[in-house]
Structures are given as C-alpha cells and as structure tokens.
Ligand binder design. Sequence first.
Ligand SMILES: Cc1ncc(COP(=O)(O)O)c(C=O)c1O
Length: 379
Amino acid sequence: MAAPVLPDFPWDRLTPFKNQAGQHPGGIVDLSVGTPVDPTPELVRQALADASDAPGYPQTFGTPPLREAVAAWFARRRNVPDLDPAGVLPTIGSKELVAWLPTLLGLGPGDVVMHPQVAYPTYDVGARLAGATPLAADGTVQVGPGKNAVKLLWLNSPGNPTGRVLGVEHLRKMVAWARSVGAVVASDECYAELGWDGVEVPSILDPEVCGGSHEGLLAVYSTSKQSNLAGYRAAFVAGDPVLVQRILEIRKHAGMIVPWPVQEALRVALGDDEHVAEQRERYRRRREVVRDWLRAEGFKIDYSEAGLYFWATRDEPCWDTVADLAARGVLVTPGDFYGPSGARHVRVALTVSDERVAQLAARAAGPDGSGGSTRGNLR
Ligand SMILES: Cc1ncc(COP(=O)(O)O)c(C=O)c1O
C-alpha cells in the first residue's frame, strides 16, 4: 500500500515571522498557537498523583466510573440526559481520534469524508490516512450527486478557527441529511464550554437535535481547553454504542489506551464545574482586551461567538496581515492554514498570559512608537 500523501506541516512557514516578532523590545505577543497557558487545576493534579501507582494495564474502554462521569457531564453541561455509558470511550486527546476515526470506521478508497470548508486541518489528514477522499464543504448542496459516497460528516461547533456556533436547526438538518445518505456524523465540540455573551452551544447528542436517538452520531470532546489539560491528553468520544464498540475493538488490538492515572484525572476534571468557570472568566477578560485591540487596528471580526479565537480580517491577503503585525511584535495565524477560503482572514488566539495581553493593550496605545501600523492609512 502506498503511503498517504499528507499536506506540508504549515506552521514552519510562520517561523520567520515568529523570529521577527521576538525581536520587538517588549517581546513577542504570541496569539498564534491555541495551547493553554494557565496552570492545571490543583484538584486534577491531585487526582493524577493519587492514581500514580498503576502497575497493571488500563482498560481501553475506560473504567466504568469514568464512563459514568462522562454521561453525568453530558446530562449536566450539555443537555444530553440519556447518554448510555456503553457509548463512551476515552481517547488520547481528541486529535488522535480525529486523525484515526475514518480508519477506525473502516473507511477507505472511494469513501468521502466531509468536513467544514475552513477547518482544523486534522479532518483532512484523517481522511487521507484512511485512503479516503476529504471534501471541504459547509453545505450539502456542494456535495452534489456524489452524496452516497459520503461516509463520515465532520462538524465542528464551536469552530476552529472561526468560532462559529451551529444552532439546533442547522444541526438537525445535517443529522437528517447524513442519516438519509447513511453517513456517520462526528461532531467535534471541544470548545463547547467557551461560549461568549450567552450564546447557546448545542451538542449533536441533544434530543432537540437528534430526535432522541444517538444512532450514527458521535460527539468528540476534550478537556485540553476547558481544564488546561492539553499535556495530559484527556479526551473522549461518545454517542452511538454500536459505533463505539466497533471503534473499541480496533483500539484494543492496537493498544490505543488512555493511561489509568489520566483516566482518573479526566474523571475528576469532569466532576468539577468551578475550575471551568474560573478558566472561562480568565479567557473572557483577555478576550475583551484582544477584541478592543483588533477593533482599534481596523479589523472586522467574523463569527467568534465561542471558543478561543477571533476570526478577523482587514480585507487583505492574510500573509500581509501576518507580516504587518509581526513587525510590531504580534504573531497571529494566517487563515489559509485552514483552507483557501481563509486566505483573507487571520486567527487570533486568546491563549496568552495576562501579562502579554497587557503588553498588547499597551502597544495599541503606541505613544512610544511601539504600537501603530507600519502602513499608515492602509486601513
Ligand atoms: C477543533 C479541534 N479539535 C481537536 C483539537 C485537539 O485537541 P486535543 O487533542 O488537545 O484534545 C483541537 C485543538 O486545538 C481543535 O481545535
């Protein structure tokens, strides 16, 4: 079998701009990568430490208390009262699940994996790893007569990079369409706890969306963002127990197991809402500063109702924006990393310390010459 053709890893192209921004006298304000920067909550660290005596192999399926904790979390936080713990499976972060799901579902040549037009790149990678065909499309109309080849439909709400939230009506239509063509729907909801200004973030498993049946549906969730646990790789997939059993069988054979101390940390993290509220509040404060700065810089902000990013444009090629901001010590991500439709946007992350956010605000004022565009009236 030929090795899959994978896209170039795009972040290397940003390195010269990162180096340039780093030379700013006030240091770089790095708003590019969405990696959490705040401490892991003490109660989660304690749970990990308490579980550090782990001589035996862990269960690939996850412990029953963990799967019950996930079901209880869905009932409490996601308006999903009826999740069967048999339809829950921990994953080693959600990125690996995104990358391997088409393979785990047995997809291959001739099968189509549909994902959002502007998207987290791993949906595309996962299709290629399976030998299937990725299709970037937001609407079912774009699929045309090939609709019966679609075997997996990825949704991502709140979206990365756009921060777009899909409402109940939209999700309901996508579920109905996928069911009519026999496709599995996988909904990546890893920013679900980070809705702003009262926006509702429905889950694909919400009875309002799925009509009370989880058949053919999977929700993918991660504690990386809500609990500053990206380093633990603590996530899960949940929904249709039949699909979960299929995925589990292969993962058991392949040794794709979440370490037991991490299973314990995940269980405890999901049982505590307080640390999530605290983290959300930190991001809310930073978000206000970054938003004001973007507006002062003449950006238009699209979507961005939830999640950890602003999707912003000055209606110019994204690399021009990146270059201009890098010259002033600020690093953002070019929108074309997420597909050609992002070519005039940049993604601006909120995963930055309070100290760096204060730097950003100071640069907007710019009386010392550190702020202000290098290009005068271009905007
Ligand atoms: C949309 C989306 N899905 C999945 C992930 C992966 O998260 P993790 O592997 O940390 O669970 C990310 C991380 O940035 C993401 O933005």
